[in-house]
Design a protein around this ligand. Structure first.
Ligand code: ADP
Length: 739
């Protein structure tokens, strides 16, 4: 489309807009999305985007990437185009925007041409702020021409790793996007993904020309990969029997989880062993029929079965939050793959264990996969010659294993499969599947005699082979790593402040008690000298314990230690915001001490008999009688505090000052009491805890501000649109009545 390209000038001029301050961003967050706080990493991304910078955003799944472009879309001048490959989810995404009164629409292959034309016409009239499109739309010249005259403020590309051939999910349609950007006058770009190694990151920046065409240099954001509630461990096992024993041990002690295996055969072997030992499990791999897989997945996801044994095919849609362990029976091929799978543990924020059962012999399986995915030139040449011979007289109906017998250099059928795919992509052969046939039909498109006459980029293939090997080496380095495992992983993903030490990996000494035996079996783990316990005065210690216990009390025995810890440290995580736990008065009380210290403190309070944890699948913590007495300072408890490294003085000062300011602000006691009485009645009627209606801090804020309209009500911290809809009218009536 050269004419179109020439007609569009880069839009560099539009990029120096005023950035709204943090109060304004919070107001938009609250008004349009009903959230009180940004999740970790969202705010700086949004600031950069509304400030006109190209951005590459790397956050794990569930990290809240969508808001990073949805909120700017409310502010920016022009439409935000969102490229997303997940057509099935597009309608839901748009529906949820529309529900929030955000004008959004989508265009994908599910629409008729007249529906598309109608939406494009509406877009021209400025009716939408967000347009979701599938990448393949940009194949259509008509579509690109329809977009070109629009004022595009931002081009947000979801799953941006699909543009890179180094990534695990390359999609050729994504390559088209750089041309589309050119045709659209090089608008500002935000590329978002959950997985991106440094190579993939560089590739995305280069392919999408981020920061080019007169725009400011791109900003790369990596955040949210830290998962403090996961204990990471590697156990060296001498044989398969030891691995199976570890798995049974985990099932006995931790109950719910996934065992990942590298091959279908291993999945079935492990499953059979578990069944023999009377453990309840499902198994899942790509060799099962779709129906079998759906049944197995539903059984596990629906909570009817506590354990799944699976290959990496068990991935998409596995969002069961209460998994207490993910064990790897075989080493995966990369740290990315490992962390993605291990990260399925503990989604509810409660402690969970991720253990890799390792034996050096297992590396061979991954090497075999790499050989299979990266056929050598020799194999491709040999297959090329074989196909010229085999297909000389016309199409052949031959399974891959049989074709492989004609390829001299091949030791690995998988490599022949990959080579077939390459020759197909180079338009040398075509492969079709006829219904009822036992296998593919292969035919020559053009009998090109020399391999050099085919469009196969051998340099690129070699580079990919090397990268796959390097990824496996980094995974083996993880196994052999003697330092902090969390630190290693965060460093791998490029997070800047990766820790040197944690209390939640085997190397830093965080293995749970029930796994001591395994820890003894390990040969290479360094023994570290214990850190100094926190030294404070007797009174400070008393207050510290009271704070921790009061949070346990506040959470009404409904959550486990992990979630209580998140509340105490003021976590901005989804688990906290979703349950509105940030509205508790104990939220952030131990912020200055951090997650590891606080969780350990709660564990010690448990060991001292102040906290009781019950329930197997969903362990819940509550105060014992002793806990109540210590909380009310009726009894003194002398326990050793966990080790602690002092925070920077500035952070501590700011936290204390903010807490003091909040505690001091006056409020109207009569209104507060009226609201409290009303809240008690509502909570009793609905059978929910009072803080689920409003927390005390919200009641105080209401009694300070005394809003008289729904709009004013929405300005109050702790009240989003859902709350306003549910309780708004009654709240306003109580406030009016009390004034
Ligand atoms: P990702 O695209 O990174 O996988 P999403 O954008 O789908 O994640 O967000 C995951 C969930 O987090 C969604 O349910 C979303 O509504 C919620 N979420 C996003 N931002 C916030 C926030 N600031 N506070 C609370 N929840 C949020």
């Amino acid at each position: 489309m050269p004419a179109l390209r020439a007609a569009c000038q880069p839009r560099a001029a539009a990029y120096n807009r005023a950035v709204p301050d943090t109060t304004e961003l919070h107001r938009l967050l609250h008004r349009h999305f009903g959230f009180h706080e940004f999740l970790e990493g969202q705010e700086p991304v949004i600031e950069a985007i509304v400030g006109g910078q190209d951005a590459l955003v790397i956050m794990p799944t569930g990290g809240g990437k969508s808001l990073c472009y949805q909120l700017p879309a409310m502010f920016l001048d022009g439409i935000t185009v969102v490229v997303s490959p997940l057509i099935a989810l597009m309608k839901d995404q748009v529906d949820s925007m529309v529900e929030k009164n955000i004008p959004a629409t989508f265009i994908n292959s599910s629409l008729s041409q007249s529906e598309m034309d109608d939406r494009i016409a509406r877009m021209k009239h400025g009716e939408y702020r967000l347009l979701y499109v599938a990448p393949e739309r940009f194949k259509s010249e008509r579509f690109v021409q329809a977009l070109a005259p629009l004022s595009i403020a931002l081009f947000a590309i979801d799953e941006a790793h699909c543009i890179s051939q180094w990534g695990h999910d390359f999609r050729p349609d994504y390559l088209r996007l750089k041309w589309a950007l050119k045709d659209l006058g090089q608008p500002q770009v935000a590329a978002l993904t959950a997985t991106a190694t440094p190579e993939v990151r560089d590739d995305i920046i280069e392919q999408l020309a981020l920061g080019k065409f007169g725009r400011q240099p791109p900003q790369v954001f990596v955040s949210g990969f830290a998962r403090h509630n996961l204990t990471l461990a590697v156990t060296h096992t001498a044989n398969k029997a030891e691995k199976l024993e570890r798995i049974l041990d985990a099932i006995r002690t931790l109950k719910t989880g996934i065992v990942y295996c590298a091959t279908r055969k291993n999945v079935e072997k492990v499953y059979e062993h578990l069944v023999e030992k009377r453990a309840s499990a499902i198994y899942y791999h790509g060799g099962m029929s779709e129906d079998q897989r759906t049944k197995a997945q539903d059984k596990f996801m629906g909570g009817k079965c506590p354990v799944a044994v699976a290959t990496n095919a068990f991935g998409m849609g596995v969002d069961r939050a209460d998994l207490r362990f993910v064990l790897h029976y075989d080493i995966p091929g990369s740290v990315e793959a490992y962390y993605q799978e291990a990260g399925r543990a503990g989604r509810d924020g409660e402690p969970a264990r991720c253990e890799l059962l390792f034996n050096y012999a297992d590396v061979r399986t991954q090497e075999f996969f790499i050989e299979g995915a990266n056929p050598t030139r020799e194999i491709i040449a040999s297959l090329h010659q074989a196909l010229l011979r085999l297909c000389k007289r016309g199409p052949i109906e031959m399974p891959m294993s049989e074709i492989a017998e004609h390829v001299k250099a091949a030791k690995n059928d998988m490599a022949v499969g990959s080579a077939l795919y390459l020759l197909e992509r180079a338009n040398f052969i075509a492969r079709d599947y006829r219904q009822g046939s036992r296998t593919y039909t292969t035919r020559l498109i053009e009998p090109v005699k020399s391999l050099d006459g085919l469009a196969i980029d051998f340099e690129r293939l070699d580079a990919k082979h090397e990268r796959d090997q390097a990824k496996l080496r980094r995974m083996i380095d993880y196994v052999d790593h003697h330092g902090c495992r969390h630190g290693y992983i965060l460093d791998y993903f490029g997070e800047t402040d990766a820790p040197q030490h944690c209390s939640a990996c085997d190397n830093c000494g965080g293995a749970p008690v029930s796994h001591r035996r395994a820890a003894r079996q390990r040969t290479k783990v360094e023994v570290k000298s214990a850190d100094q316990p926190l030294q404070v005065s007797a009174n400070e210690k008393k207050v510290l314990l009271q704070k921790a216990l009061s949070c346990v009390a506040r959470m009404d025995g409904r959550f486990g230690l992990g979630r209580i810890t998140l509340v105490l440290v003021g976590s901005r995580s989804k688990e906290v915001f979703d349950s509105q736990l940030d509205e508790l008065s104990t939220y952030g009380l131990l912020k200055e001490f951090g997650y590891d210290f606080t969780l350990e403190l709660l564990r010690r309070l448990g060991a001292a008999g102040c906290i009781e944890v019950s329930g197997d699948e969903y362990p819940k913590a509550s105060l014992t009688e002793l806990g109540h007495e210590v909380m009310r300072a009726k009894k003194l408890l002398d326990i050793e505090l966990p080790p602690f490294e002092k925070p920077k003085p500035a952070a501590r000062k700011a936290a204390t000052a903010a807490a003091a300011a909040e505690a001091e602000a006056p409020y109207d006691v009569v209104t507060f009491e009226a609201l409290r009485q009303w809240r008690r009645d509502v909570a009793a009627k609905m059978g929910i805890p009072a803080f689920h209606v409003y927390h005390d801090t919200t009641l105080k804020e209401l009694s300070r501000q005394k809003p008289h309209s729904e709009v004013a009500l929405l300005e109050v911290r702790g009240i989003g649109s859902a709350k306003a809809r549910q309780f708004g009218a009654e709240t306003l009536a109580i406030i009016r009545g009390a004034s």
